[in-house]
Design a protein around this ligand. Structure first.
Ligand code: THG
Length: 373
């Protein structure tokens, strides 16, 4: 099967686009209506550099939704399931956002920039629309908009040394999700210890879109000492680590799920003083018990190398009892591994589970996340 995807004006380009093309991007995906590099043509080398060195990613498609004004904190408190009232300037937080039915519609990182000024660093759904509509309907005094901000991630065990070379030793003091305003050769940016992998690293939130290529090249030049490679949020590492991806693991339109099903239940703070969107529904879901749980899967048979997703998990009798949203062949574990959700009443040691792949049935086993085979 060979086909092309037409890219038009409704698919935005990142401010790093030209730099990634120069550096050999071979595959893009679309995220928040923007092109995001998916690969530079050598998946194994990209994975290895994330696991043992340092890799740089154009993650400008992790768009920021700025919420500022006198009622900014009140709006965010109402939008997210977490209690953000104790968040401090320079702190980031992982904040699920649900709709009124209690289904997850995004899982952003929240950054508090100043009193009454926040960014939501969003996953793939239109939170600017959602937040501005809710603010207007509730008569809140805020501005909601997308600022000129484009994150660039450096990830991997050598990322800390690279960040120290670029910004000074103080970067080592930053706590996870902590950030500070800084600059690189006059390029304004916010430096955070964060990123979409479990290998550690930083995100450089560029605040001047005209200087994307310049920033990319500065990071690349400094990273040469550590054999830096361009890469992208890495499905293999993310699945091995069990990191959630809203959109891939669950999405309102294709596989609606609540935070309890997708292992984010601990981020629902029913005790916070303020009401929040979805609270009533989530209380009911919690009282009744979630119907599914997030799990890892081991899939029998030869390495599964083709690109498929969202497979039904069935019993030998053909009953659908779960979903495998993503899978990969892991060289590290020398096994096919996947993630997804399974009905609560299926035992974790069930031996009668299958998926259909390439026209044949394959036996699968449930494993807790993260994988530790
Ligand atoms: N960084 C930034 N923005 C983002 C992402 C990011 N926006 C899109 C997407 N990723 C949002 N989703 C996540 C999912 C997981 C994490 C961060 C953002 C994450 N989770 C840690 C974990 O699960 O172990 C820590 C969670 C916690 O502390 O509670 O880092 O990556 N800027």
């Amino acid at each position: 099967m060979t086909f092309q995807i037409g890219i038009g004006p409704n698919n935005r380009k990142s401010v790093y686009f030209n730099a990634t093309v120069t550096d050999g991007v071979s595959c893009f995906s679309i995220y928040n209506h923007m092109l995001i590099p998916a690969s530079f043509g050598n998946p194994q080398a990209e994975y290895d550099s994330l696991m043992t060195g340092v890799t740089m990613w154009d993650v400008a498609a992790q768009r920021q939704v700025e919420i500022s004004g006198p009622d900014a904190a009140a709006l965010i408190q109402y939008l997210t399931t977490r209690d953000i009232s104790k968040t401090k300037i320079g702190q980031g937080r992982y904040v699920p956002i649900c709709n009124h039915e209690g289904n997850l519609i995004n899982d952003p990182v929240l950054l508090m920039l100043a009193p009454g000024q926040y960014w939501l660093s969003i996953a793939d759904s239109d939170i600017e629309l959602w937040a501005s509509a809710i603010a207007a309907e509730r008569g809140l005094d805020v501005q909601v908009f997308e600022p000129d901000v484009s994150p660039l991630a450096i990830q991997g065990p050598m990322a800390e040394s690279l960040a120290a070379d670029l910004f000074g030793e103080a970067v080592k003091e930053l706590k996870y999700f902590g950030f500070k305003q800084t600059e690189l050769q006059g390029i304004p940016l916010l430096l955070a210890r964060s990123g979409w992998s479990k290998q550690g690293g930083y995100e450089l939130y560029l605040q001047d879109g005209t200087r994307g290529v310049e920033l990319w090249n500065l990071v690349k030049a400094a990273g040469a000492a550590y054999d830096i490679r361009p890469g992208a949020p890495n499905d293999l590492e993310r699945i091995e680590s069990g990191l959630v991806s809203y959109g891939a693991d669950g999405r309102l339109q294709t596989n609606p799920c609540n935070p309890f099903e997708i292992s984010l239940g601990k981020l629902v703070d029913f005790d916070k003083a303020d009401d929040f969107v979805g609270k009533a529904a989530l209380l009911k879901i919690k009282a009744e018990g979630a119907k599914r749980r997030r799990v890892g899967y081991i899939i029998a048979g030869a390495p599964m190398l083709t690109c498929e997703h969202s497979l039904d998990v069935k019993t030998i009798n053909g009953d659908i009892v779960g979903i495998m949203s993503e899978f990969v062949y892991s060289q590290r574990f020398t096994k096919n591994i996947g993630v997804g959700m399974i009905a609560m009443d299926v035992e974790s040691d069930a031996q009668d589970l299958m998926i259909q792949f390439d026209g044949e049935g394959r036996q699968i086993n449930i494993k807790p996340l993260p994988f530790d085979i």
